[in-house]
Design a protein around this ligand. Structure first.
Ligand SMILES: Nc1ncnc2c1ncn2[C@@H]1O[C@H](COP(=O)(O)OP(=O)(O)OP(=O)(O)O)[C@@H](O)[C@H]1O
Length: 309
């Protein structure tokens, strides 16, 4: 077996009910070594439930979590770096002490734990707060500490529940870089988020979950293939109706000289360019791919909710 195959996290046909609520129905996906996987879905779609089951803090009713092709064990689960949605730091404990404690819980000796805490608090920009109680930090800084808590024991797998929520743009950059670096080291990284532009920018693959089931799972490029193709044309002198004669083209919006057009089957983008040039100068002429947000809306609205009552 190759190293890559050994470092693959698989969620296979996992199901879970809370009483009458079906939270997960045959949830299936995998995250390979070095892969950043974005887990997206509407509120209540089942992301947190899946992550808790992967970590082992919640038992599934059916299905399996595998690591390296084998059912995941308690020992392997100790090597997961987890950031829970509800966060989990002790508010009255000092940042540094708490992180050392968590690192030691995962088996690090005292010296290695302290070194790791120094490294991660520095990298995450909270080194100067090591002697402060967690509750004295802003929410964003508490979140950085929470990420440090997931990382101090040098995990083999990272599972992060909405790590970006509530962060300022600088903190988003710091967090993004850390996740990219961990993936580059070969760690499978899965995180949930409602910030779809960020997911689109960062992730190698994306899974869209709806009503406890994975409804689309691929690279953003592959998910975009076959979707609507749009052109953005900025022609300041263009009057409404300027593209009416071009076959296969539907104007979606026009604001001043800026027009967004949908290209249907057989439409010729060069014919659009000629029509635009006929109005005067053309300052911008570009193809626009469907964003992950548009894809998400389409995928989610295509599937009828099937959560059992
Ligand atoms: N402890 C619980 N008891 C009963 N129902 C629960 C419990 N936890 C979750 N659920 C239900 O299970 C479903 C999935 O919830 P989950 O928290 O996994 O969704 P999510 O995708 O993480 O949502 P969000 O984006 O809002 O965090 C929802 O219908 C939710 O109400």
């Amino acid at each position: 077996m190759t190293v890559v195959a050994q470092r693959r996290l698989e969620i296979v046909g996992v199901s879970k009910r809370y009483g009458d609520v079906v939270a997960l129905r045959e949830m299936t996906f995998e995250v390979g070594a070095g892969e950043l996987f974005g887990f997206v879905g509407s509120n209540g779609a089942g992301k947190t439930t899946t992550m808790r089951i992967a970590l082992g803090v919640l038992a599934a009713d059916g299905g399996e979590v595998r690591w390296g092709g084998e059912p995941i064990t308690l020992e392997t689960r100790r090597h997961i770096g987890y950031m829970p949605e509800e966060r989990g730091l002790y508010p009255k404990m000092k940042v540094g002490e708490q992180l050392v404690y968590l690192a030691r819980l995962h088996g690090l000796d005292a010296v290695t734990a302290r070194r790791s805490v120094e490294e991660w608090t520095e990298r995450l920009g909270v080194a100067s707060r090591r002697d402060d109680e967690v509750q004295k930090l802003s929410l964003g800084n508490q979140q950085r500490v929470q990420l440090a808590a997931a990382l101090v024991h040098n995990p083999s797998i990272l599972v992060l529940d909405e790590p970006f929520s509530g962060l300022d743009p600088v903190a988003v950059d710091v967090m993004s870089k850390v996740l990219q670096d961990k993936a580059a080291e070969g760690v499978p990284v899965v995180f949930s988020s409602h910030q779809l532009e960020l997911v689109e920018r960062l992730c190698h693959r994306v899974g869209i979950v709806r009503s406890g089931h994975m409804v689309a799972c691929d690279t953003v490029e592959a998910l975009q293939a076959g979707g609507t193709v749009r052109l953005v044309v900025d022609a300041p002198n263009a009057q409404p109706g300027w593209a009416d004669g071009v076959p296969g083209v539907v104007v979606e919006e026009q604001f001043g000289g800026r027009t967004v057009l949908e290209l249907r089957d057989g439409a010729d983008d060069q014919a659009v360019l000629r029509a635009a040039l006929a109005t005067g100068p053309v300052l911008e002429f570009s193809r626009r791919r469907q964003s992950l947000t548009e894809l998400f809306r389409n995928v989610v609205s295509e599937h009828t909710p099937e959560v059992a009552a």
